[in-house]
Design a protein around this ligand. Sequence first.
Ligand code: FDA
Length: 316
Amino acid sequence: MFTTVLRPALLAASRSPRVQRTVTASAATRKLVRRFVAGESEAQAVAAVAALRESGRFASIDYLGEDTTDIEQARATVSQYLSLLAALGELPGSADAVRPLEVSLKLSALGQSLPRDGHAIALEHAHKICTAAAAVGVWVTIDAEDHTTTDSTLAVVRALREDFPWVGTVLQAYLLRTEGDCRDFSGAGSRIRLCKGAYREPAEVAYQDRDEVDASYLRCLEILMRGDGYPMIATHDPVMLEAATGFLRAGRRTADRFEFQMLYGIRDDEQQRLVATGAHLRTYVPYGDQWYGYFMRRLAERPANLAFFLRALRPG
Ligand code: FDA
């Protein structure tokens, strides 16, 4: 019922302006959002990053926003990132040469979905952000969005890597194409974040069955871990975490040649446990007031998240 009815309904709602107006107007929702989002302001995000680093974790910071259809909004997003990078540059030890801080970008927030020249505009904006990131020693990883954007996103990543070879990107195991993309991006210098995928995708391009997605994730993980790049294993799933840890135990990868990644507010105890084992773990820290799409995808991921949300909305 959750997977066949509620999950698709929540993912459809994540792109509905009407539902967005209702959900974001609710005070109870705004309180709950804080479980998954570090805050609305840059200062709150930077404070969350500092706290994570105190606990031995690395961080990737995402200024929330997506599907921008207005060039001014895309430019404003670039300005936010430039301001964030300046603030991160002020944190002591931010430019750790081995494992720097990272920002995550959604190209659709930078103009990729603009009707005219969206691809070129997103590339220009991302290039500007990468230039500023390089100046303060912070990494950039480009998030993966729905499958209609994958070709454009990977083309932007390839173009950026000509000037900034450390730029990383995300590949989604639920897409049928991703095993091939993992092979293409498993070479030296490549940084790939492997996740299952969070959007609603048709059967022509994506596995629909959870077991098939999991099997694909394990095949992709194997390709990346056997390759010469730097895999970023983004999951909360014990089976996937164990598969990656197996490479460590067998001596096929050392702890400094890959990292785990998890979302802010999810499995915090497991994040800390992994750090205590000596593994490298990065927490993805979203902030900003455009949290609606991100929040709805988190509800769609897990019955327990949805139940928590519905309980909080119940009067009395
Ligand atoms: P999944 O949701 O399949 O759950 C599997 C199992 O994990 C559960 O049965 C349970 O055992 C355990 N588990 C999961 N959540 C738990 C919880 N809260 N408490 C206890 N146990 C829990 N997606 C995308 O499309 N584009 C992107 O760019 C990104 N970026 C990204 C970055 C990072 C750092 C992460 C961690 C994830 C993403 N994602 C993403 C989201 C990703 O695609 C996916 O939707 C979520 O990570 C959920 O999938 P999981 O692999 O975590 O497990």
